[in-house]
Write a protein that binds this ligand. Structure first.
Ligand code: NAD
Length: 807
């Protein structure tokens, strides 16, 4: 057909991007994709390879090395050996390399884009216009962070060697999201690409070599989940960054528990796409195309749940079906197609199985009239209507071009439906009413909210999940924290490694003696002084009716506290859950005022508290007084932060505002350490409360009276009931219950290594965020160790809200 004839008929004519340079690149390497270790490609010892297939044709593309323990060991060793030198290079030195990588990616962009398309099956339009430019952008952006690290993250040092495991849906982009921030902050990396898509990682390895990146700074090990498991469990890595399914995320939480490795998990999603009746419906239809048919719907933040205002639902579905009819599925290299191939037969089968289940569960299926190419792995755009909110297809991540639609009547109902998922990665809201949009943006539990846009990303904006979509952020300044640690902590960990000392030397417990000095007046029985639990603003008797005796210095019996159990914690979590929304919504000014008030009332009882501390710990009165002083100061510090740690506006390169908002994490379980029993207790609850969380706290197991003495302080300081709850008792037994509790959003644990391991392991139920000290003791009196951004960061989650404006 001639161009003139095509023009006449307006028939579609394919326009495939030439694959020759990419094929030649593969041929020149004998179609073998080898691990990149210490600056060189090496042949794996086992000599095992597996086929990688071009999803667009179903034909083999390359053979990928299956790396085993020898390669993973070598890669970790190379990364370790290179790390000190990479850090010593300084921010500017690293910035130069990251800049060089960005330039090199741009110069090789066509080759990268075509190889990515051949390997993954995504349309060339996407790899060329989106994936690769964003990869370059990530390296540019992080070249900047390397340059600015010393001034913008003072006191922070690299974590060390990062193990990184990525999925197949954005092979290069996920690689960039992982490698760029790690390198910028002075870490070295061992990255494992997904088994289906390892080809472009190898090309990236070559680019690292070409720019003269010091050997060992970037290492790439290819292979399937077995290689990933070897990397995750390797004792030589200090940090594990994972993007992939929630199931594997859970496994990784478990296998790294107690290892002291820093962990970030970017997991699955089932993101809502909400269309109100006042939205630009045609614009929203195009939004849906980008939300669920971009990358064949194989996008963690795909807008896979369409929620439509009831009044416009039928009109909207009709427009959508008409648009679906015009979408083109086919050869991913063709510049004129909209939807490419599904990555692999196993993924195609999963989509088919879930669609069948959707039909069986009674939802109405609609697909366009045309059929997909027979060669390769294709699936048509699919719309389900009449979907029950609890249906499998409404709850499970399909990871394919399948959209499930539901209707709502009111904004409240839209919020309820939007949040009716265990995930919380993203949401897209369509309305011309900015008031409504921002109201919903605040109420939907998701790490990214797009208003009248969808699936837009940028290196300057953090990305990551709430709930079972994982924890940690990638991109923006917030993403850098995943790859740094305070210098004092790095030193303490190094000391711990050599000494393996326990945080608190167990004190020889003196035999309990009766308190002679403070005994009752002659002839009168002692007044019972058992401190109860503090739940929902009231003192309550422990469920088990059991108490534990508390001994002070020299083994003197100082009192008794309630022995809390599972039921008590359940009640406390319930009270906290009830109180948190109101507290979270209250103004930061009010929260600050209340913390100041707690400080004021504590200072009124300064002498008494100091005596108590001195009786408990045996500290001299002056030392105890200092602890009370510092506790008051700590309360002031956190009151001060309440209205100052609010977020930022990110400079993303669209015509829009991107607000990085700090939201409370929610309800936090806190297990306080024994050392500095009052100061540590205040240092922990105050930032949690300042940032709008409600807390359930297990105070020092040994000296809980330092905390229970505060009940009256809380009562007289206007702390709303349920915002702070205190359950005394055995630390590790209670910590485990807190970590298992699915109604808590986070657990902070300050104690030994075994307790930390237990907390991390027990947290996999709802994948709550954990902050465990792993046996590293803090000097709570030091403001750097006992307060500041680290605490505030643990108390919030960052939500990025994208608000475009203009035409
Ligand atoms: P997957 O979890 O099966 O695999 C991801 C990676 O983990 C692969 O490299 C795989 O080899 C490796 N792996 C598998 N088992 C392992 C184990 N036991 N130990 C260590 N590593 C192991 O996920 P997938 O199917 O490749 O990717 C799809 C998933 O990724 C979806 O759930 C999607 O939502 C998610 N995803 C999330 C984001 C995000 O930023 N939140 C981004 C992209 C994809």
């Amino acid at each position: 057909m001639t161009i003139a004839e095509i023009f006449e008929t307006m028939e579609y004519g394919p326009a495939p991007e030439a694959a020759d340079p990419a094929e030649a690149w593969l041929d020149a390497r004998n179609r073998e994709i080898l691990p990149f270790v210490n600056g060189a490609f090496l042949r794996p010892e086992g000599g095992e390879f597996f086929d990688s297939v071009n999803p667009g044709t179903g034909k083999p593309l390359a053979r990928i090395a299956q790396c085993g323990a020898p390669e993973v060991d070598a890669a970790v060793a190379a990364a370790r050996a290179a790390q000190a030198g990479w850090w010593a290079l300084g921010g500017h030195g690293r910035a130069r390399y990251l800049y060089a990588l960005a330039r090199q990616i741009q110069k090789n962009s066509r080759l990268l884009a075509v190889l990515e398309t051949l390997d993954n099956g995504k349309p060339i339009r996407e790899t060329r216009d989106l994936d690769v430019p964003l990869v370059a952008r990530h390296f540019y952006h992080h070249a900047g962070w390397a340059q600015l690290m010393a001034s913008e993250l003072p006191g922070q040092v690299p974590v060390g060697v990062a193990g990184q495991i990525i999925p197949w849906n954005f092979p290069l982009l996920m690689l960039a999201w992982k490698i760029a921030p790690a390198l910028a902050m002075g870490n070295t990396v061992v990255l494992k690409p997904a088994e289906f898509t390892s080809v472009t990682a190898a090309l990236f390895g070559e680019l690292c070599r070409d720019v003269g990146l010091p050997p060992g700074v970037v290492n790439l090990v290819m292979g399937d989940g077995r290689t990933g498991a070897l990397l995750a469990q390797h004792s030589g890595i200090d940090k594990l960054a994972f993007t992939g399914s929630t199931d594997v995320g859970r496994i990784l939480r478990e296998v790294t528990a107690g290892s002291g490795k820093k962990l970030s998990l970017e997991l699955g999603g089932k993101s809502p796409f909400v269309v109100f009746d006042d939205a630009d419906l045609d614009g929203a239809v195009e939004g849906v195309v980008d939300a669920i048919w971009f990358n064949q719907g194989q996008v963690c933040c795909a807008g896979s749940r369409l929620l439509v205002h009831e009044g416009v639902a039928e009109t909207f579905y009709a427009k959508l079906r008409a648009r679906m009819e015009t979408l083109r599925v086919g050869d991913p290299r063709d510049k004129a197609i909209d939807i490419g191939a599904i990555v692999a037969p196993v993924q195609l089968e999963r989509i088919e199985r879930l669609v069948k289940q959707g039909v069986e569960e009674g939802a109405k299926l609609w697909q366009p009239s045309w059929s997909c190419p027979r060669e390769g792995y294709f699936y048509p755009p699919t719309l389900f209507t009449d979907v029950a909110p609890a249906a499998t297809i409404a709850q499970v991540e399909i990871f394919g071009p399948v959209l499930v639609a539901m209707t709502f009547r009111t904004p409240e109902e839209a919020i309820e439906l939007a949040n009716n998922t265990r995930f919380g990665l993203a949401a897209s809201l369509w309305t011309e009413n900015i008031n409504l949009a921002l109201e919903l943006a605040a109420k939907i539990k998701a790490g990214t909210v797009w208003i009248n846009c969808t699936n837009v990303f940028d290196a300057a904006s953090g990305f990551g999940g709430y709930r079972e979509s994982g924890f940690g952020r990638e991109g923006g300044k917030e993403g850098l924290w995943e790859y740094v640690q305070p210098a004092w902590l790095a030193e303490a960990k190094a000391r711990q490694k050599t000494a393996l000392a326990s945080p608190i030397a167990p004190e020889t417990s003196a035999s309990p003696e009766e308190d002679e000095d403070d005994g009752p007046a002659a002839g009168l029985p002692a007044i019972d002084r058992t401190a109860k639990l503090y739940v929902g603003g009231k003192q309550s008797r422990p469920d088990g009716e059991a108490v534990r005796k508390i001994y002070g210095a020299g083994g003197r019996l100082l009192g008794e506290v309630g022995e809390g159990n599972r039921k008590d914690l359940r009640n406390a979590v319930e009270a906290a859950r009830k109180a948190q929304p109101g507290w979270g919504k209250s103004t930061a000014h009010l929260r600050a005022q209340i913390l100041y008030y707690v400080a004021e009332n504590l200072s009124a009882r300064q002498g008494e508290m100091a005596k108590r501390l001195s009786d408990l710990t045996g500290a001299a009165q002056a030392v105890a007084r200092t602890e009370v002083d510092l506790a008051i100061e700590r309360l002031f510090t956190n009151a001060a932060w309440a209205d100052k740690y609010a977020g930022t506006v990110q400079a993303t390169p669209l015509k829009n505002f991107t607000f990085a908002v700090h939201e409370p994490l929610g309800t936090i379980g806190i297990v306080a350490p024994d050392e500095s029993p009052l100061l540590a207790f205040c240092s922990l609850f105050a930032p949690a409360l300042a940032m709008g969380n409600a807390a359930v706290i297990v105070p020092s197991e040994r000296w809980p009276l330092a905390a229970t003495d505060l009940y009256q302080v809380f009562d007289t300081s206007d702390v709303p009931a349920g915002v702070i709850n205190i359950v005394t008792g055995g630390r590790d037994a209670l910590a485990k219950v807190l970590a298992q509790h699915d109604d808590l959003d986070g657990v902070w644990y300050f104690g030994g290594r075994e307790g930390s391991a237990q907390v991390e392991k027990a947290s996999i139920g709802n994948l709550k965020r954990t902050w465990a000290s792993n046996g590293v003791a803090r000097d709570w009196a030091d403001p750097e160790q006992g307060s500041g951004e680290e605490f505030l960061r643990q108390a919030v989650q960052v939500k990025n809200i994208w608000v475009p404006f203009g035409e």
